[in-house]
Design a binder for this molecule. Structure first.
Ligand code: BGN
Length: 374
């Protein structure tokens, strides 16, 4: 009998050790499962239009809900003798949780931003903003990305207590895309409407991940998207100026805006970076910890093929920057719509061979035939 008891004891001990080893091995998978489980809840939260989930001072690595705390703003009202907002907004919370749930609609984004008015404009309800920032987004066929950007950008800017407006510059037609030219147009059309003191030139697929990355201008042109997930949260090269950058109207005028002659993907951001130094300025940047962005994954768009001329264009920036830029931008304004979440400016920018009508004008004979009464 005593031998049987010790055998049992031995077996139980062995089972115990096995259980401990299994628990240790499955810890990582278990954690992943728990995180996945919580993510499902976050997604539901986003879609059901509930605000205020997540911690206001989110120091956890996944970050806080970008809408946390903002619902209180809707209860405040403006008064005549309002003070300036504080230098640092009390609404900032640091890292923001960014995910891309399916099923999000623009109507839901609208509901979550009750203080945003026609044309995508906003002013803090309880204090006079210290800064007026216009966001310029070059766009074509990226409705899904735009929806996510608007979902995150509106509350992000409200947390910073800015007076702001969002402009989407939509290239009409199927000709090759020209990001820098659209940004020149955005500058002109936005400044025509209001005396903005800072302009953020913003790719549609980049979501800021930390609300301390303030959308205000510095003494020098600022490169804000310094740490993108696709580049391992560091600069791909020292002179990189792509993704999101910020210029005051004075910076912009000093460097004659952006080039108009980069058709297709690549090089135009490098050209803009070179212009900054040719105009006697330098590039300022937030810290790597704060200038973080998540990119919405996508394939290279049709009509935005890699530009084979970018190398030769870049080699000539020094000779061309004064003649090609904001002074020489040519376009046809097709429409200006004040939508609930942004101002949509649709333009015909022509092709590399110049400005040409999107739909060829009918010949004189056809025009005569189509006259009413015939
Ligand atoms: C660079 C591109 C940029 C682009 C970054 C990041 C060129 C010019 C040739 C020297 N520049 O290589 O436009 O933003 O990669 O993708 O292609």
């Amino acid at each position: 009998m005593p031998t049987l008891t010790s055998k049992w004891r031995y077996l139980i001990m062995l089972l115990g050790v096995q259980l401990i080893v299994m628990a240790l091995l499955s810890r990582e998978t278990y954690q992943k499962r728990v995180t996945y489980f919580f993510r499902i809840f976050r997604k539901l939260d986003v879609l059901s239009g509930v605000s205020g989930s997540g911690t206001a001072h989110g120091s956890n690595h996944t970050g806080a809900d970008v809408y946390a705390n903002l619902s209180q703003l809707a209860l405040l009202s403006r008064s005549e003798d309002m003070r300036y907002c504080p230098n640092t907004s009390p609404l900032l919370s640091g890292p923001i949780h960014v995910s891309f749930p399916s099923g999000l609609t623009l109507a839901q984004v609208e509901r979550k931003n009750p203080l945003v008015v026609r044309g995508g404009r906003y002013r803090p309800p309880d204090c006079e903003a210290r800064h007026r920032t216009a966001i310029i987004i070059p766009h074509r066929n990226r409705e899904k990305h735009l929806k996510f950007l608007l979902y995150y950008l509106h509350p992000f800017l409200q947390r910073q207590q800015l007076s702001y407006g969002i402009y989407v510059i939509h290239q009409a037609g199927n000709y090759t895309f020209n990001r820098a030219k659209l940004m020149n147009i955005g500058f002109r059309e936005a400044m025509r409407e209001m005396d903005w003191d800072c302009l953020f030139f913003h790719d549609v697929d980049l979501i800021p991940e930390d609300d301390r990355n303030t959308y205000t201008c510095d003494k020098n042109p600022k490169h804000a998207a310094i740490a993108m997930d696709k580049f391992g949260y560091k600069l791909p090269y020292k002179a990189y100026f792509g993704g999101v950058s910020a210029l005051s109207p004075l910076h912009y005028l000093k460097m004659n805006g952006f080039p108009n002659n980069y058709w297709g993907w690549g090089g135009e951001d490098d050209d803009i970076g070179i212009r900054v130094s040719l105009a006697g300025m330098s590039i300022s940047r937030p810290s790597l910890r704060i200038g973080r962005y998540k990119m919405i994954k996508h394939k290279l768009d049709e009509g935005n093929e890699v530009n084979p001329k970018r190398f030769s264009l870049l080699a000539k920036t020094q000779q061309t920057w004064k003649s090609d830029g904001m002074h020489s931008v040519e376009y046809e304004l097709l429409s200006r719509e004040y939508l609930p979440l942004y101002t949509n400016i649709t333009v015909n920018i022509g092709t590399e061979r110049g400005l040409r009508p999107l739909t060829p004008k009918p010949k004189a004979k056809e025009r005569a035939e189509n006259r009413p009464g015939r």
